[in-house]
Design a protein around this ligand. Structure first.
Ligand code: FES
Length: 158
């Protein structure tokens, strides 16, 4: 069993189900996502069925159930980006990558997340890839952007 998860649980000795969200948040912060193993362990600890934990965790869409991809794409959903068309950017990313926010592509290359204002509103719509900001993103450039990162991996593999 994962020591870090055990350590986190130790900090909640008399834990009840109201500790579920803080525990899951800590595990995600430490591990990057909630593995099936971690969910099962938390379920044993809080005497809750895993299905209940998945239900709660899915409701709060801050949780991830897969490891982050090699390129973690954050799409800003702040007001300025929204006005400048971030919804279309997100739709295009979802379509191209065939994943929803919170998921990672099967090849482990890309993960998608929707976040609040990234603090670069003048550059809207903004996305960030591994923390690097891309400004004034146009939906029809998304395919090229993804291709750029795929190529990066291929070049590194040579
Ligand atoms: S609203 Fe997107 S960067 Fe501020």
């Amino acid at each position: 069993m994962n020591d870090k998860v055990e350590e986190i649980l130790k900090a909640y000795p008399e834990a009840h189900r109201d500790a579920l969200i803080p525990i899951l948040q800590e595990i995600q912060q430490s591990e990057g996502y909630l593995s099936r193993e971690a969910i099962t362990r938390v379920g044993d600890y809080l005497k809750l069925p895993a299905s209940k934990i998945y239900g709660v965790a899915t409701f709060y869409n801050q949780f991830r159930f897969q490891p982050i991809g090699r390129f973690h794409i954050m799409v800003c959903r702040g007001t300025a980006c929204h006005v400048k068309g971030s919804a279309k950017v997100l739709e295009t990313l979802k379509r191209e990558l065939k994943i929803e926010p919170g998921q990672t592509t099967r090849d482990g290359l890309f993960s998608l997340e929707v976040v609040a204002c990234l603090g670069a509103c003048g550059q809207a719509p903004v996305i960030a890839v591994n923390g690097e900001f891309l400004a004034k993103v146009e939906p029809d450039k998304i395919r090229n952007i993804l291709q750029f990162y795929r190529r990066k991996v291929m070049d590194n593999a040579k």
